[in-house]
Design a binder for this molecule. Sequence first.
Ligand code: TYD
Length: 213
Amino acid sequence: MSSVEAMFITLEGIDGAGKSSHVSFITHYLREHGVGVVATREPGGTPLGETLRNIVLNEKMHADTEALLVFASRREHLAEVIEPALARGEWVVCDRFTDSTYAYQCGGRGLGPSRVAPLEHFVHGHRQPDLTLLFDTPVAIARERLDRATPNPDKFEREQGEFFARVRQAYLERAAQYPERIVIVDASQPMQMIRERLHDHLNGLLAKARRGR
Ligand code: TYD
């Protein structure tokens, strides 16, 4: 496939929803369809971003500071990785983006969305994901997965169920607010069914890219 428009895909969900395990599947599927792909993550994705990630995930700090640091990482990521890849015609598959800030810092920590919106506008007002896959699962299932699979939990993974219930709720509200962009994938289904849903969404996006949107 030669002339397809580059697309920006983000993956979202509460810790333990199994989101990260789908990145390589999605990347592989797109490559099989002739698309060049850059897989990356937030916070992180650049050397400076990974340093900021280490701080955000491990140091106790004010919710405002958390928001400022994830947006600092995001600014660098957009400048160094995301925008150059899209300009080259490569697709970008990003594990978390700004919906995470609305979910974790606003939903989880209680920061007003009116604090985050100007940062979003400053950092990437002109750039939004073309498709966001929201891996949704009940908090109890995610907690059980985390407890089983995370021997050294970070600051967020050590949070209680109520925190993740607020994060999940904020995600679902984002999905209701942006139904054209955010699709909910039921992450408590068997893997095979999740992958079929992913195929459907990716095929839809590939068709849109071929049409030039
Ligand atoms: P995560 O993506 O779950 O990585 P891993 O699977 O390696 O644990 O972890 C990143 C954490 O960062 C996650 O708990 C949510 C948090 N986070 C925010 O609080 N705000 C943000 O804007 C972003 C991008 C992440």
